[in-house]
Design a binder for this molecule. Structure first.
Ligand SMILES: [Zn+2]
Length: 354
């Protein structure tokens, strides 16, 4: 989040430096294994005590509207509706303010009934991750119709509009939607997508979930999570400079992830591993790719059970990128994935015909 930093990375480093616990070596921050006292990092709650309703209310009171979902997202969806290439429909509304936060998705004509392979693109599961939302919209504005002959495409560009407006990872209840794609979810943002997906009649072949990794993850959101969950200490990590993807530990699809990386590399740089061979604490499986157990974590990318799934992670705070490059990086990730799947389908047809 370049333009809307809640707090910059600098205070984190300064705070850590003042505690004598950090040195910069090759761009990686090294902290004591036990981390840093929680109270130094987050002002709400007591270290070691998980937040209750009081702390969550205190947190919510500190949040404010910083940009307009209506102006930056809904107006673009309306233009897409007028252009007529996609069917726009409302799949829900957030109860915090149903008038202000209607949830919209766009689909290609005849979606789910054409027999074409089904593709889902989700953006803004984390509302603060701007290029996830704007990249999904950009995909619809530029590339999506090129693929409509071969795929049925469904795009939900802004899953968490309150998070978009307040530049937040969480929803107003201090719940992370992207750990909440589970039965009886306590995130209505996640529940609305699960309901939408459950209505898709054909199996989903490809799902791209568009995200960012930002400096505010370290300066705000990870400390907030540690405080919320009642941790005694907070262990900082480095933010990787560049694009990477998160695949599924149970279904890594290495060639598919490699095709996404190759496509994005034409637009922006790929995140290198840190000194330990990791990106955000996870071992790098192949260049620019880490894997998570997406189902058990309740990630959005696990919502369809699709054969091909990827969570994209753009780094918008890099000095090497602009907002436009971040958005194009997201588009390149989606088109790289679509091209890979398309080639696989063609090869399959050729094999059957041979
Ligand atoms: Zn995210």
């Amino acid at each position: 989040m370049r333009r809307f930093l809640l707090t910059s990375r600098k205070p984190l480093q300064q705070r850590a430096l003042s505690l004598g616990l950090v040195c910069a070596l090759g761009g990686t921050l090294h902290f004591g294994a036990r981390g840093v006292a929680m109270a130094q990092f987050y002002p709400i709650g007591k270290p070691g005590v998980p937040w209750g309703p009081t702390e969550r209310t205190e947190w919510l009171a500190k949040q404010s509207i910083k940009r307009s979902y209506h102006e930056e997202v809904l107006s673009k969806i309306e233009k897409l509706r007028q252009a007529g290439d996609f069917e726009v429909f409302q799949y829900g509304a957030l109860s915090y303010d149903t008038e202000k936060y209607p949830l919209f998705a766009l689909k290609t004509p005849g979606f789910g009934k054409t027999g074409k392979p089904v593709v889902l693109v989700t953006g803004g599961v984390h509302g603060y991750e701007t290029s996830g939302v704007q990249g999904a919209l950009r995909f619809l504005e530029t590339e999506a119709k090129e693929y409509a002959d071969e795929f049925d495409i469904l795009v939900a560009p802004c899953v968490s509009p309150w998070g978009y407006e307040t530049i937040n990872r969480w929803n107003p209840n201090a719940v992370d939607p992207n750990r909440s794609f589970k039965k009886d979810s306590d995130s209505e943002e996640a529940a609305a997508i699960m309901k939408l997906v459950s209505g898709i009649e054909s199996p989903v072949l490809l799902h791209m979930d568009l995200h960012e990794t930002t400096d505010t993850d370290e300066s705000e959101f990870r400390p907030a999570r540690a405080a919320r969950d009642g941790k005694e200490t907070y262990v900082p990590d480095a933010v990787p400079d560049g694009f990477y993807t998160v695949g599924d530990t149970e279904n890594p699809q290495t060639e598919f992830q490699a095709a996404i990386i190759a496509s994005v590399r034409k637009v922006t740089h790929i995140a290198p591993p840190d000194a330990k061979g990791c990106i955000i604490g996870e071992p790098v499986a192949q260049e620019g790719v880490i894997n998570y157990p997406i189902k058990s974590l309740g990630l959005c990318s696990g919502v369809t059970g699709a054969k091909f799934v990827s969570t994209t992670e753009v780094y918008p705070d890099s000095p090497k990128v602009t907002d436009a490059v971040c958005n194009e990086g997201q588009v390149a990730a989606v088109t790289g994935a679509l091209e890979f799947v398309k080639q696989g389908l063609r090869a399959k047809v050729a094999k059957v015909q041979a």
